[in-house]
Design a protein around this ligand. Structure first.
Ligand SMILES: C[S@@+](CC[C@H](N)C(=O)[O-])C[C@H]1O[C@@H](n2cnc3c(N)ncnc32)[C@H](O)[C@@H]1O
Length: 217
């Protein structure tokens, strides 16, 4: 009798394990496919995915306060935050520097940033494309790109454009995270930066979420 019950349970347990393994394999394959596809044809994050930027889990490993501290801005700095998205980091950055220009190619993201920065006198919103920044040359102390560079088809050219708007001695701060489907390893960003004439002067975080600082080589 006991044997008969055990025999009935075992196939069901196997079916459960198989289903779990199949789901895991399917998810992994879908992730790999998505990441390879995005690597070949980078695109800006669709507006409908905005919730991904603000989810509580991301807020933990990309805590806006900690990120803004890690940027080590001075209170007189003029900063350009490229691809500000929903404005998750903009208010914290504004509290640590002289002025922030928050730029995005998607006007609906800028509208969200406007809500978060309402009443902050040192924030300007700018609709524009990183490929041709609507900013004068040499006027900025820092350019910050969090999960943006990898959305561009020509990251090296984008970094050269960031260099154009920086003052001599200014810094470019780049953050990427594994959670983003367009993720690349830190060494890839180093290689892009090197090709643009930059050298890394700082690195924080780990392979899952890093923040790297560059200056003109
Ligand atoms: C993944 S989101 C990151 C948003 C924000 N930095 C964050 O980490 O929460 C990338 C942002 O970059 C913007 N973006 C993509 N390509 C851009 C470009 N060529 N010029 C300016 N912004 C761009 C997107 O519209 C989007 O808001």
């Amino acid at each position: 009798m006991v044997e008969a019950v055990a025999a009935r349970r075992t196939p069901r347990r196997h079916a459960g394990v198989n289903l779990a393994l199949g789901t895991l394999a399917g998810f992994t394959l879908a992730q790999l496919g998505l990441r390879l596809w995005i690597r070949r044809r980078p695109i800006p994050i669709p507006y409908g995915w905005a919730w991904l930027l603000e989810n509580p889990w991301r807020r933990r490993y990309r805590d806006p306060r900690r990120l803004a501290d890690a940027c080590a801005l001075r209170l007189t700095d003029r900063v350009l935050e490229v691809g500000c998205g929903s404005g998750l980091f903009t208010p914290e950055l504004a509290g640590r520097c002289g002025h922030v220009t928050a730029l995005d190619i998607e006007a609906r993201y800028l509208a969200q940033t406007a809500v978060k920065t309402a009443g902050l006198p040192n924030v300007t919103l700018l609709h524009g494309d990183l490929a041709a920044l609507p900013c004068e040359a040499g006027g900025l102390d820092a350019v910050i790109l969090i999960s943006v560079l990898t959305e561009l088809p020509a990251p090296v050219a984008a970094l050269r454009e960031c260099l154009r708007v920086l003052r001599p001695g200014g810094r470019i701060i780049i953050g990427e995270e594994f959670f983003g489907p367009e993720y690349v390893r830190a060494c890839t960003v180093d290689a892009w930066a090197g090709a643009a004439g930059l050298r890394r002067v700082g690195r924080l975080g780990n392979g899952w979420a890093y923040l790297q600082t560059y200056e003109l080589a």
